[in-house]
Ligand binder design. Structure first.
Ligand SMILES: NC(=O)C1=CN([C@@H]2O[C@H](COP(=O)(O)OP(=O)(O)OC[C@H]3O[C@@H](n4cnc5c(N)ncnc54)[C@H](O)[C@@H]3O)[C@@H](O)[C@H]2O)[C@@H](O)CC1
Ligand SMILES: [K+]
Length: 507
């Protein structure tokens, strides 16, 4: 696995080192690197924001403020109506801030906001560019800066766009006691910052675009990190090609235990997602009441009927399977719980545990110790709370996720916007695909089917989980090309999977 193909999530210090290394070794003057970053920002900005809106740029006196000044100049060149507001001790500004201030002064007179009397009125429909603080913020933001941030947060601005990171939001921590800018869009440099991927900072990040400003690839490759952001190139590198003389057995055999009376839809979704993700042979174990449903909706799957008519009770004969998925719609009846215990105890192949299987396990935590090697847990936040208890904030939640993966020697996929995948050796992968439309019933059942399919096809547990997670999100994103988020239903994810896989497999 070549993790260098992912975007590495750097600390503020590593970001600073990457800048410095690039300046020394490319070599490029610091001011030219700032110009390059600002030009990349403006290119992204021009795609989304038209000239009929007034742009107010708020700049601090560090390099983020320097970026803001360069961006203002480039937008003026592009015929935007721009106003610039400066905060802080301009005399003490960084050298690159000073150079950009000089370059701008011939074109426009910036306003120094010494107190709130000079703070401008932000009209309904204005755009605000936030360049007060970037990755250099090191403590809670207070005083005039905080007053200014709070005024912008209360304003009628149509959009607030952060340069690199919202002011006041640290790369690794939020400095919660101070003011933090609320932004609708962040255009960040080179790689996302950890805080930008956490739900609690959604209002401080908004839509996140990561732009490549050409920091030294040599440096980036050399830095060891534990946290990664998935890229298409990385996922492509994980895909296993089908062999020319492949037969259905080569593509793996899965067993999925799913469904109960009234919840057979979960089994159908998991089955169809598993088949569309390339499994060779799929056997579904469902209660008697679900046999006809499965056979008629999904003729490609073989079906094993449980003697219990309404719930899954019997999990015998595990011979010949390469991966086992269990959980979607099985319910938490006592008989099902007992048989889940036996299934865990007797399976010799990796298992994917989801939904009610996780709910049962949270009632019987000691059974988790017997999970077969390479197993994958795929909780949503509710199931995760039942497994590990409440968390204080998102950082604590990630710590609990990593601790669980280590303790169980299993992969733990925590679902949500930017789903996270934790490994037993302490790595954490953030997904980069998906959208809010996917918060819909059955979406998780589809994911279970996908992970099970990739495991059965011979992917190692981490690769199977990462590929499934990325493909699942990309399928959701593809749906948005033709439908609204609100209209997305879980089966749309299955419908879009063939095209997603085709594109990923193309060179
Ligand atoms: N160094 C480089 O070569 C590049 C830097 N870039 C920009 O530079 C930014 C980082 O710049 P800086 O390191 O100058 O830092 P910032 O511009 O984020 O912060 C500036 C200063 O604010 C002070 N400060 C920190 N927290 C404060 C607080 N709560 N209240 C008041 N003052 C506070 C710090 O001492 C620092 O000197 C990046 O986010 C990015 O926008 C880009 O231009 C790309 C290239
Ligand atoms: K900023």
């Amino acid at each position: 696995m070549n993790s260098n193909l992912c975007l590495k999530i750097f600390s503020a210090e590593q970001t600073r080192q990457a800048d410095q290394y690039t300046i020394t070794h490319e070599p490029i003057a610091s001011i030219d690197l700032m110009e390059r970053a600002s030009t990349c920002f403006v290119q992204a900005f021009l795609r989304d924001y038209s000239k009929d809106q007034s742009v107010k740029v708020f700049c601090g006196t560090g390099n983020n403020g320097g970026d803001g000044l360069a961006i203002a100049r480039l937008l003026l060149d592009a015929d935007y109506h721009v106003e610039v507001y400066l905060l802080g001790d301009v005399e003490k500004g960084t050298p690159d801030f000073q150079s950009n201030l000089k370059k701008l002064k011939g074109l426009l007179a910036p306003v120094w906001v010494s107190d709130m009397v000079v703070f401008p009125t932000i009209e309904n429909g204005d755009l605000v560019i936030d360049a007060l603080f970037g990755s250099g913020v090191s403590r809670p933001v207070e005083g005039i800066y905080a007053e200014c941030i709070e005024a912008i947060n209360r304003s009628m601005a149509k959009d607030v766009i952060a340069v690199d990171i919202a002011s006041g939001l640290g790369c690794e921590t939020r400095y919660g006691k101070g003011a933090v800018m609320e932004v609708s869009h962040t255009i960040t440099f080179q790689s996302p910052k950890l805080t930008q991927l956490l739900p609690e900072n959604d209002v401080h990040t908004g839509r996140l675009d990561v732009i490549n400003i050409g920091l030294s690839e040599e440096f980036i490759r050399s830095v060891a990190v534990q946290q990664y952001f998935l890229t298409e190139a990385f996922i492509k590198s994980l895909l296993i090609p089908r062999k020319k003389y492949a037969h259905k057995g080569d593509a793996g055999r899965s067993l999925i235990v799913a469904g109960s009376f009234g919840k057979m839809g979960a089994a159908v979704l998991a089955a169809q997602a598993c088949l569309r993700s390339g499994v060779g042979l799929l056997t579904m174990q469902v209660p008697e009441c679900g046999v006809d449903i499965l056979q008629s909706t999904t003729p490609e799957a073989m079906v094993r009927a449980d003697k219990n008519s309404k719930v899954n009770e019997k999990f015998d004969d595990l011979e010949g399977f390469d991966a086992i998925g269990v959980g979607p719609g099985i319910g938490t009846e006592d008989e099902t719980a007992k048989r889940l215990k036996l299934l865990i105890g007797s399976s010799k192949v990796p298992m994917v545990l989801d939904a009610d299987a996780l709910n049962i396990l949270s009632q019987h935590p000691t059974w988790l110790e017997y999970l077969p090697k390479g197993s994958v847990l795929t909780p949503h936040p509710g199931e995760f709370t039942r497994l590990v208890g409440e968390w204080d904030d998102d950082a604590h939640k990630l710590a609990l996720q990593m601790e669980l993966a280590q303790r169980l020697d299993a992969i733990v996929l925590l679902k949500g916007a930017h789903s996270t995948v934790a490994t037993p050796d302490g790595r954490l992968f953030f997904n980069s695909t998906g959208n809010p439309g996917m918060a819909t019933g059955g979406s998780g059942d589809v994911l279970t089917g996908m992970v099970t399919a990739f495991l059965a096809q011979g992917y190692d547990s981490l690769s199977a989980t990462l590929v499934a997670c990325f493909v699942h999100g990309r399928a959701g994103d593809l749906f948005l090309a033709e439908g609204a988020e609100e209209s997305l239903i879980a089966s749309d994810l299955i419908t879009k999977t063939p095209l997603v896989l085709k594109c990923l497999k193309s060179r």
